[in-house]
Design a protein around this ligand. Structure first.
Ligand SMILES: Nc1ncnc2c1ncn2[C@@H]1O[C@H](COP(=O)(O)OP(=O)(O)O)[C@@H](O)[C@H]1O
Ligand SMILES: [Mg+2]
Length: 274
């Protein structure tokens, strides 16, 4: 069977049909539909409050739509999932996670906790860690340049190192798909680009990516499709260079912008106001 045939037979990563999603008293999506294939590499842009994080949480099953006759959300072809099983297929990286660990959790503990879907590894859990899990954890730490930090307290690391640990935590299952919510927020330029290098490496290794970002320059060249959300609707969706235009971005953000592409990277800057 050819690769293409195999790809086309795989169910989409997510199929959302007519979904209505509330967060507290805010209706974020109303009769919202969107499909993302299993082998796509997608960036999601849009102003604050557009629904980007909510969309990721739908994919990751942290949020559910309102039940309705003609409404459904299928992930990898299924409407029902044991979330722990789903975590083996999809890893989610969000800076929110960074503050959730106990102060004395070590780097190794944070990464190995990916196997237990718990935040931190409680003392009692240590005896349940299998040698194969420890081996995989060490392999991931080595790939991410974290091996020398294995016994350091997570709290004492730089933000960039912490972010890499969380990537490691998501990678222990070797999921096919990784979902990033503003991956470089709070990182300095060097740490941000170092992190993006690792994300690009995952793309080159065949992982599917869904990346929410505010920074066009941080959309890896490997991303093929861009979706712009605005007020809970899909404002633009298509091939990267056809979506990332000055017209589309100026309209979405309500300011005059220009866009330039340099070696597969996109730059956005203010249009001359004179
Ligand atoms: N926990 C919450 N309770 C109430 N409203 C929320 C909550 N989380 C998000 N919202 C609202 O839902 C909308 C979409 O939020 P979100 O998906 O986080 O947007 P984005 O990630 O695009 O900035 C926003 O109007 C936001 O204020
Ligand atoms: Mg968000």
């Amino acid at each position: 069977m050819s690769e293409t045939m195999k790809d086309s037979k795989d169910p989409p990563l997510i199929e959302i049909e007519n979904a209505t999603v509330w967060r507290g008293t805010t209706r974020v999506f109303h009769e919202f539909s969107l499909t993302i294939g299993q082998h796509e590499r997608v960036a999601i842009l849009g102003p604050n409050g557009a629904g980007k994080t909510t969309l990721l949480k739908l994919i990751y099953r942290e949020l559910y739509p309102v039940a309705g006759e003609d409404s459904r959300v299928r992930i990898l072809g299924r409407e029902r999932w044991d979330v722990w099983e789903l975590r083996e297929h999809i890893g989610m990286l969000s800076p929110d996670l960074q503050s959730g660990f106990s102060p004395n959790a070590t780097v190794l503990e944070v990464i190995v906790s990916g196997f237990f879907s718990s935040i931190g590894v409680h003392y009692q859990l240590r005896e349940h860690i299998q040698p194969s899990q420890l081996e995989k954890t060490r392999e991931v730490m080595e790939t991410l340049g974290l091996d020398a930090l294995a016994d350091r307290a997570f709290d004492t690391l730089s933000t960039g190192q912490q972010r890499r640990c969380l990537l490691g935590r998501a990678l222990v299952h070797d999921p096919d798909t990784l979902i990033f919510d503003e991956p470089t927020s709070g990182l300095d330029l060097a740490a941000g680009f170092d992190y993006l290098d690792r994300v690009r490496d995952l793309a080159r290794r065949g992982k599917s990516l869904v990346i929410v970002t505010h920074h066009l320059g941080e959309i890896p060249p490997e991303i093929e499709r861009v979706i712009i959300l605005k007020s809970g609707t899909v404002h633009a969706d298509g091939e990267k260079s056809s979506v990332l235009t000055a017209e589309a971005l100026s309209e979405v953000y309500g300011v005059s912008l220009r866009v330039t592409e340099i070696e597969g990277h996109f730059l956005v800057y203010p249009a001359d106001q004179t």
